[in-house]
Design a protein around this ligand. Structure first.
Ligand code: NAD
Length: 460
């Protein structure tokens, strides 16, 4: 979903809420302009910072690298969102991702607003020393716009706890007196992070789906269900004699952990395809996820040649990276980048449930197509919030005497993910209107945001 599509959806949801008159206070003379003002605010961005980072490369040359931080909205709390290092970073992408953070945090009732950062680099093309320099310079450029009670970055695509530790180190040096411990989340445990943060997004993503086919399905009131086609999908999966087949696009932090969760879940799942930006590995009888994760740890990428596959001890056939999207499976986990399922390839997708670990991997047209055909889409703002739930605990940890254990954070995150998932699935399966899951998530989030904007006196 592009920035234009996200803004279009915000407008559609506001128009719908306007008809539904969801708060008595907004009736009569305030009714029209309260909603129009909310749409105007949420479709625009508080602040966009663009800078060029100057880096002395190992070969003696100088590179000037575009770097961004976008602060979309802070009505529900401090700006919060990851920083990505990627060759696809540009202003429109980062702004779109910042808007999604505002909506995700509101849906999940977290006390954060929406921000996002990006640096236009492919980490593979830079040495560790150069990446360290880029991370420090990023913080130097943004110093006055960051801070534990203003804007709190975290890891995202192409970044990890090492990058965040470097950023924290730099922030501590250049912003003396600031509480550097909660100026960033996703730190290593040694550096004030929480155990479980690295795995939280992947675990939470799989949970948002697993909860649907297990607890929610088991407790659902079938007589009230209005989405018959989508309900049939759940029934089919639960009565299948063979294991549920899963394909995973993107085998990084989110994708590999979600695949691991699938492979060890109580309801039998097998992972039949995984991919990264260079390759898809297929095995219709199930890939050995544990061995693939060990391989990634050592080599930083999936094996791509017959020789590498054999050396890794993996049974798999090798195919091009996008073949994962149309591989034969029941569940497709999208855990790479935006706009992967579009009008061009949506007809070839065989999965009956699409799970967005990545942000914005499905376009608006494809979303509508899946909704009409009973294919269930579990949208990014619902599914991939496990990381920000745990980031909240990490941010809180700096203010409390005790340290959270991994069990604490995963259990608290799971509780919150299930609570919000129940709300969305109840709305979706029992609704009179046939709105997409994404539309419903936006609606729940916007009801919160509009209420806050109204209470803060921002809508008139
Ligand atoms: N890390 C988090 O906590 C977190 C939280 C919420 C959302 N997300 C989203 O999840 C997605 C993945 O993030 P991550 O942290 O796992 O990143 P990562 O860098 O750890 O892994 C990314 C994976 O995607 C693959 N990939 C990159 N570009 C690709 C392309 N053009 N086509 C196909 N594959 C490609 C990479 O090879 C890698 O396997 C991103 O969209 C990110 O915004 C991450």
């Amino acid at each position: 979903m592009s920035r234009t599509e996200t803004r279009g959806l915000i407008q559609d949801v506001v128009d719908k809420l306007k008809q539904e008159e969801f708060r008595d206070e907004f009736l009569n003379n305030e009714h029209g302009y309260v909603f129009d003002s909310a749409a105007e605010i949420l479709k625009t961005t508080d602040k966009i910072i663009k800078s060029y980072i100057r880096v002395s490369r190992d070969n003696g040359t100088i590179a000037r690298i575009p770097a961004y931080r976008v602060q979309h909205n802070n009505i529900s709390g401090f700006y919060k969102g990851g920083v990505r290092f990627s060759p696809n970073v540009h202003e429109e992408e980062v702004e779109n991702l910042a808007i999604l953070m505002t909506i995700k945090n509101a849906l999940h009732e977290l006390p954060f607003g929406g921000g996002k950062g990006g640096v236009y680099v492919h980490p593979k093309d830079f040495s560790t020393k150069e990446l360290n320099l880029i991370s420090k310079k990023y913080v130097q450029r943004l110093k006055i716009d960051l801070g534990p009670t203003h804007d709190i970055p975290a890891p995202d695509l192409g970044t990890n706890e090492t990058v965040i530790d470097w950023m924290v180190g730099e922030y501590k040096t250049i912003a003396p007196g600031e509480s550097y411990m909660n100026s960033f989340t996703g730190k290593s445990v040694d550096n004030g992070g929480v155990a479980g943060r690295r795995e939280a997004t992947g675990i939470g993503t799989f949970l948002s789906y697993y909860h649907l086919i297990s607890e929610w399905f088991n407790n659902a009131e079938q007589a009230k269900v209005t989405r018959v086609k989508s309900w049939d999908v759940l029934e089919r999966l639960r009565t299948k004699e063979e294991p549920i087949k899963v394909s995973v696009q993107g085998f990084g932090n989110v994708g590999s952990i979600a695949a691991q969760e699938a492979a060890k879940s109580e309801i039998d799942h097998i992972v039949v395809a995984v991919s990264d930006e260079d390759v898809t590995l297929h095995n219709k009888n199930g890939l050995d996820i544990k061995t693939l994760i060990a391989y990634i740890k050592e080599h930083g990428q999936l094996p791509k040649t017959e020789e590498q596959v054999n050396t890794a001890g993996i049974q798999a056939t090798i195919d091009h990276p996008t073949s994962v999207l149309t591989s034969e499976c029941d569940l497709l986990i999208l855990a790479a980048v935006e706009d992967q399922i579009t009008e061009e390839n949506m007809h070839e997708v065989s999965a009956e449930i699409l799970l967005e670990g990545a942000n914005a991997p499905i376009t608006a047209k494809a979303d509508d197509y899946f909704e009409k055909n009973g294919v269930i889409v579990i949208p990014d703002i619902l599914a991939n919030a496990g990381g920000v739930h745990v980031s909240y605990l990490e941010w809180m940890q700096a203010n409390v005497p005790n340290r959270y254990t991994k069990e604490d954070v995963i259990s608290e995150m799971s509780k919150q993910m299930k609570k919000i998932s129940n709300r969305v699935y109840d709305h979706y399966f029992y609704a009179e209107d046939h709105e997409t899951t994404r539309f419903l998530c936006y609606k729940l989030a916007l009801m919160r945001l509009i209420t806050l904007l109204y209470k803060h006196g921002k809508l008139y």
